[in-house]
Design a binder for this molecule. Structure first.
Ligand code: MN
Ligand code: MN
Length: 501
């Protein structure tokens, strides 16, 4: 018997909706889980994914990808590639494994929410594939990370990072729980597949894969590239959802997209920014973080949102200006507060690296050079204690990142300013106006205390650096330190050679 062509059966097979006789539709798809909002149930039935795949095709594709990814892994296991990796680059690994492995797990839950409460049968099917994808990503990331735990206790700690109160992880949870775990299915589709997976995932999984290859880290490049092929497929859940929402409630769509974009940009400035401009060894850097952001985020993302009739976010200029400052100041902060991270930040400010930074960021010396000069002076005078923290910086009540790291470069030196808000007799602090606006609009669902607030309300004992590190779960064997044991600072003992400058 001849088989039917896929296009002949696909629509019938994926339309698994039926008419409920014993309950009403509101009971099956309650508003707080499904989030149909102003668009009636019927409107969602037009939901259609652009790229179709059947279950047998899905399984065959995934099997092939898994085989390929693990073949490369086992091949490299017998090689010495890991030993030859730069210590700074290994920090990219450790940060990724700690921050990303379990976010892949959270993504399973987001996909499952859409698989159950998505408002169209085709959407629910695609989300089932999405959940299987994210399960694969969790397992892949944990499996690839696992073989490194014998190399260095920081890799071991990375496995538990997401379960701790380490400050970067608290910031990551604020973002990801906020847009992946708590919202209804429609909001998830706009925030996760549309805004996050269409834009930011590309930065960590495509652009960073290029740096990984250049750095000789085939294994990591192999893993994240394999993951990215799934992301590209299930990210398409965002587009049909957005199309319907734009017809019925464009203001809601705009708000969801704008706030997710801003908060993601803040977190990527600490996750991907330092990885590209400081941790990747100079000889292997192809583009700067700003250049990658311009290509992957600014150009492509703006083109996408305007094609749907969305406006540029209200804070656009502030975001663009921030590409010259955010990740530099976050990197500086991470290096200074290095005992509070589970990797070894490479300072990345040798004379040659500073020339590179200046070529990519013409104001870099003006904003950050003088701070590094002070740190270098202290390093070379043997005053390492002066390059280490005695307390914590004030943190933003929305993004949980240090106040002062979202400033726009308006002054000649780096300006630090808190944006405050009084509410119910309490003063909240924010890194920027957009974080304050987002908090105000979402204030009923935002109740995550910053680490500093926990310190001030007596949750962290003793309230000292040791107490804070203990609260974060960081023991001396895993606390971060300078990647090269300060060797990079030695050249500053001599005045710069004329020829080199
Ligand atoms: Mn994933
Ligand atoms: Mn995903």
């Amino acid at each position: 018997m001849a088989r039917m062509k896929r296009e002949e059966w696909f629509d019938i097979a994926s339309d698994v909706d039926w008419t409920f006789k014993f309950v009403d539709r509101e009971a099956v798809f309650p508003e707080w889980m499904s989030g149909k909002g102003k668009a009636p149930f019927e409107a969602w039935l037009s939901w259609d994914e652009p790229y179709k795949i059947s279950y047998p095709e899905y399984v065959a594709n995934q099997r092939e990808k898994e085989t390929a990814a693990f073949a490369v892994k086992s091949l490299l296991r017998r090689s010495k590639t890991f030993d030859q990796l730069d210590e700074g680059w290994k920090s990219v690994h450790k940060a990724h494994y700690g921050a990303v492995a379990l976010i892949e797990f959270l993504a399973i839950l987001s996909e499952l929410r859409m698989a159950r409460f998505g408002l169209a049968p085709k959407w629910r099917n695609v989300a089932v594939f999405g959940a299987l994808d994210e399960l694969r990503h969790t397992q892949l990331t944990l499996a690839f990370a696992h073989e490194h735990i014998k190399e260095d206790p920081q890799y071991d700690w990375a496995h538990k990072a997401y379960h701790t109160n380490e400050w970067g992880i608290v910031a990551a949870r604020a973002l990801f729980d906020g847009f992946m775990m708590n919202p209804n299915a429609v909001d998830i589709a706009i925030q996760l597949p549309f805004t996050f997976e269409t834009g930011f995932t590309n930065m960590q999984f495509v652009a960073l894969a290029a740096d990984a290859l250049e750095s000789g880290d085939l294994n990591f490049a192999n893993m994240i590239s394999s993951i990215q092929t799934d992301e590209a497929r299930h990210a398409q859940q965002g587009h049909p959802t957005l199309e319907i929402l734009m017809k019925h409630d464009p203001d809601r769509a705009q708000w969801l997209v704008d706030k997710t974009f801003w908060l993601s940009a803040r977190l990527f400035a600490i996750l991907t920014g330092p990885a590209m401009d400081y941790y990747t060894p100079l000889a292997q850097r192809r583009h700067s973080y700003k250049e990658f952001m311009q290509e992957w985020i600014i150009e492509q993302y703006l083109r996408t949102i305007t094609s749907y009739g969305l406006k540029k976010p209200w804070y656009w200029q502030e975001f663009v200006d921030g590409l010259d400052t955010w990740h530099h100041s976050l990197h500086l902060g991470v290096w200074f507060w290095r005992p509070t991270v589970w990797w070894k930040p490479q300072a990345g400010v040798s004379r040659a690296e500073r020339r590179w930074l200046l070529s990519k960021y013409p104001d870099w010396e003006q904003h950050f050079g003088w701070i590094w000069d002070q740190l270098i002076e202290n390093v070379n005078a043997g005053r390492i204690d002066k390059t280490l923290p005695e307390t914590l910086p004030w943190l933003c009540n929305t993004c949980q990142l240090p106040i002062g790291t979202a400033a726009s470069p308006s002054n000649e030196k780096y300006p630090i300013r808190s944006y405050q808000l009084e509410h119910d007799g309490y003063t909240y602090h924010f890194c920027s106006k957009p974080c304050r606006q987002i908090w105000w609009k979402d204030r009923d669902t935002q109740h995550m205390k910053t680490i500093v607030e926990r310190l001030l309300t007596g949750e962290i004992n003793p309230p000292t650096v040791e107490g804070i590190l203990g609260y974060m779960g960081l023991t001396p064997d895993v606390m971060g330190d300078d990647a090269y044991k300060y060797r990079w600072a030695e050249e500053y003992r001599e005045p710069p050679k004329q020829a080199a400058e």
